[in-house]
Design a protein around this ligand. Structure first.
Ligand code: NAD
Length: 331
């Protein structure tokens, strides 16, 4: 089956080609994102494969359907970039990869927290410049601190359990508590208590209307001075402008982001020779206590292999008319 793959990078091609030997789909790799201009490139493909910043809005999906597409295989877990209502009314099936390596993302969140706390990002540059002063690099013991985890599904659950191993008190908030976390000693509390008591908060809930700008002026006002916030989930969980105000006032003591609300204009591209136009993002990068990675939390060999295997399997299910267990929109 012909499959057009949008937002394709060399590492996508490497893993998809390797695992496709067992499936034998005809894979067409397109570097561009899916947008109103590029949708036409999928003409004649019964299925397309898309990623986190591809725009699966009503217009683009209408164009895909007009070109003969019936199935979209998202090669990611989140699907907040898909207009689910429009997909349903167009009869377009959408599948995803629900879990490819939750450990990869949870471990990256821990890495960000530790790096930020011990100023490793600053120390790395100092030592390379022959500056061995440790002044200003002081951190705090993580042991004994209170860590707040919002969203304790697959990834947040692993993150919470790792933090219990550090000897932290872990407070969690979720609409559906995770029994594995409860067994590991994690305590579920209301958001207000979590905000008020945590020394660091890590976000692992999905982006949806109820969680949009969960971290905003109001919630920041409830937190301790010097709070550390880690976001490896989705950028718009944080109101970036409010976070900047809180960094300037000292309310936020450290902010580590693997995702950013306007990331689609920046992430996954080499812009090192361009003038970046996003002033908010550029301001963020000037703060010594802000650490940004470009949506790489998932990026381990194990995760890439699982993404390729599951995505190609979802496509095979569609082609053969089998029930696909990973559908988020059925016909
Ligand atoms: P999941 O569905 O297993 O867990 C999400 C949890 O959030 C669930 O337990 C759910 O009950 C909870 N939740 C839902 N609404 C909530 C609310 N209003 N308040 C608190 N909790 C709420 O998802 P997951 O696989 O653990 O992924 C978590 C997020 O991580 C995804 O939404 C995705 O956007 C993000 N992610 C990021 C990367 C990356 O590379 N940075 C990779 C994969 C996933």
């Amino acid at each position: 089956m012909k499959v057009t793959i949008f937002s394709s990078k060399p590492y996508d091609e490497l893993f998809l080609r390797e695992f496709n030997q067992a499936f034998d789909h005809e894979l067409i790799f397109i570097e561009n994102r899916l947008n109103p201009q590029t949708a036409i490139l999928a003409n004649g493909s019964p299925a397309v494969c898309a990623f986190v910043n591809d725009e699966l809005d009503a217009l683009n999906m209408e164009r895909l359907v007009a070109g003969g597409t019936k199935f979209v295989a998202m090669r990611c877990a989140g699907f907040n970039n898909v207009d689910l209502v429009a997909a349903k009314s167009l009869g377009l099936q959408i599948a995803r990869v629900p879990a490819y390596s939750p450990h990869a993302v949870a471990e990256h969140a821990v890495a960000l927290l530790l790096c930020l706390n011990r100023r490793i990002h600053k120390a790395y540059n100092r030592v390379r410049e022959g500056n061995f002063s440790i002044d200003g690099l002081i951190g705090s013991d993580v042991y004994g601190k209170t860590i707040g985890v919002i969203g304790t599904g697959i990834i947040g659950g692993i993150f919470a359990r790792i933090m219990t191993g550090f000897g932290c008190e872990v407070l969690a908030h979720d609409v559906a508590p995770n029994p594995d976390c409860v067994q590991a000693g994690v305590r579920y509390v209301g958001l207000e208590e979590l905000f008020a008591r945590s020394h660091a908060i890590s976000l692992h809930c999905p982006l949806m209307p109820a969680t949009h700008h969960l971290i905003d002026e109001k919630s920041l006002a409830l937190m301790r001075d010097g709070i550390f916030i880690v976001n490896t989930s989705r950028g718009a969980l944080i109101d970036t402008e409010a976070a900047i105000v809180a960094i300037k006032s000292g309310r936020i003591g450290g902010l580590a982001l693997d995702v950013y609300e306007e990331e689609s204009a920046l992430f996954f591209e080499d812009l090192s020779f361009r003038i970046i136009q996003d002033d908010v993002f550029m301001l963020l990068t000037t703060f010594p206590n802000v650490l940004v990675t470009g949506h790489q939390a998932f990026f381990t060999r194990e995760a890439m292999a699982n993404i390729a295997r599951t995505t190609l399997g979802n496509l095979a299910d569609f082609e053969s008319g089998r029930d696909c267990p990973n559908l988020v929109v059925q016909r």
